[in-house]
Design a protein. Sequence first.
Length: 227
Amino acid sequence: MGSSILTAQDLSKVVPSAEGELTILHELSLELNKGDSLAIVGASGSGKSTLLGLLAGLDLPSGGEVTLAGQALSALDEDQRARIRAEHVGFVFQSFQLLDSLNALENVMLPLELDGRKDARERATELLQRVGLGQRLTHSPRQLSGGEQQRVAIARAFAAEPDVLFADEPTGNLDSHTGERISDLLFELNKESGTTLVLVTHDERLAHRCRRLIRLEAGQMVAPLEP
Ligand SMILES: Nc1ncnc2c1ncn2[C@@H]1O[C@H](COP(=O)(O)OP(=O)(O)OP(=O)(O)O)[C@@H](O)[C@H]1O
Ligand SMILES: [Mg+2]
């Protein structure tokens, strides 16, 4: 328990619907140590993005508890959860959520500047070079392809060297060669910085590079965690 960075205990999510209550996640538990990598797989609608949002403290469960970096999230208010996220978490969303008013470099610099880092520009430039976008620094998200926006989002999530990186389909919009490069980068970070990876993916190769894997079916875990 001592080195666990992220735990979920009996996590459930129930939402109201026209037909009554709909359970989108059912009593899911897991425990990840620092430096672990976890793939979450399952069909569309099985609850993967919902689970990721709960684990990252972006959404609150209907039941159960998430503990992130030693903090039980349900005990915190929204501001406190935001602080925990800023300190410990990087997130790559299924929709990239880049800021259109900023160019690629500024999008990646933003979390570093918020962190008060003097080397924000150099580090952001280096990260964008690592994802193959050294020639696109001053492009706005609108001027980038879907896969390029994906790579900017990944560079931004890496920027602050998070303890846990959550990514929803990080290779989803990329051709297989670029996807492979991004996978390599994810695991380099995992190795270099001990960043824990929690990845939702349909990419079999990426899933099998993770040390652990869970499969969701209609909100329930069907494949056990392999230690
Ligand atoms: N706020 C909500 N209100 C009602 N239903 C929701 C809500 N959020 C998610 N759902 C439903 O819960 C189920 C799981 O959604 P989720 O987005 O987690 O699926 P997913 O596994 O990520 O799918 P995909 O692979 O298509 O991204 C879906 O059937 C979705 O319609
Ligand atoms: Mg999803």
